[in-house]
Write a protein that binds this ligand. Structure first.
Ligand code: 13P
Ligand code: ZN
Length: 269
């Protein structure tokens, strides 16, 4: 079967990277059933032939008007599709969409009419924000990492920067690779525009955003780097939980050690 990826190595590499990440999410146990979603802004790989491709779906509303998305194209995981299936067959479990000129709707253009993720309002809202703020970030990953989600079931970790400080103090690399930390969003309905708007607000301040009792949302230049951010944070959560299950509260790195790290790696305070 013909695919939009044929003879387009740049686009194929980007989509295959999503597939590789999808496999890791499944292996991690973070992607039960259809859990999680990935979108990538692939506009940079779009040629005239793609621009002329006829839609293979009716026009659908995004639920918001997103002016920076004019002329943009996205690869999106399909709603109700499994990460473990996407890992092997990304164009059967996801699709490429074209944003319509009104910036309020989209059509699917390839390869199959796979309806995009139910979290599209959050993903597209975030991509609109990233473009508007001149960010080089092109990928957004939402997943359900067990230990990080478990922490949100305790009210103390929902207070501003409490979880971030605990996670940073478990191992030096966490602050080095996630220097702006983890923002927390109080519970919102999955797929809602409110959840999308709250996500954008938190990404102004933090590298990764936690959706209380649901999952995390990360952005970066590509899907692998967004995955890395979540992986680093969840590693810290695992260390915290390992210490707790050995029966003690972990000491964490001292304030002095954190300050030394922050200065040595030239990190934001
Ligand atoms: P989708 O299958 O629609 O992508 O939803 C999965 C999910 O994790 C919702 O938050
Ligand atoms: Zn989810």
């Amino acid at each position: 079967m013909k695919s939009i990826l044929d003879n387009r190595p740049g686009l194929a590499q980007e989509v295959n990277r999503v597939a590789e990440v999808a496999g890791y999410l499944w292996q991690k146990g973070w992607a039960e059933r259809n859990g999680g979603n990935i979108t990538v802004n692939v506009t940079g790989f779009v040629d005239d032939a793609i621009r002329r491709m006829p839609p293979i779906s009716e026009a659908r509303a995004i639920g918001a008007t997103l002016p920076h998305l004019k002329g943009c194209y996205f690869y999106c995981k399909g709603t109700n599709k499994r990460m473990r299936d996407l890992a092997r067959r990304p164009m059967e479990n996801g699709s490429v969409i074209r944003i319509l000129d009104d910036c309020a709707g989209y059509v699917i253009i390839a390869d199959n009419p796979v309806a995009p993720t139910s979290e599209l309002p959050s993903h597209l809202g975030v991509h609109n924000y990233l473009i508007g703020s001149g960010s080089p970030f092109k990928a957004a990953v939402h997943t359900h990492p067990i230990e990080l989600i478990a922490m949100t079931h305790s009210p103390k970790f929902l207070e501003k920067d409490v979880a971030t400080r605990v996670l940073w103090s478990m191992i030096p690399e966490t602050k080095a690779f996630c220097p702006r930390g983890l923002g927390i969003i109080p519970y919102e309905l999955p797929g809602s525009v409110q959840l999308g708007n709250a996500t954008i607000r938190e990404l102004e301040e933090y590298d990764v955003v936690m959706w209380e009792k649901h999952g995390v949302f990360a952005v970066d230049c590509d899907a692998m780097q967004a995955f890395d951010q979540i992986d680093v944070l969840n590693k810290s959560a695992l260390i915290y939980i390992a210490a707790k299950s050995m029966g003690f509260e972990p000491d964490g790195m001292s304030d002095e050690q954190m300050q030394e790290m922050t200065a040595a790696f030239n990190l934001p305070k």
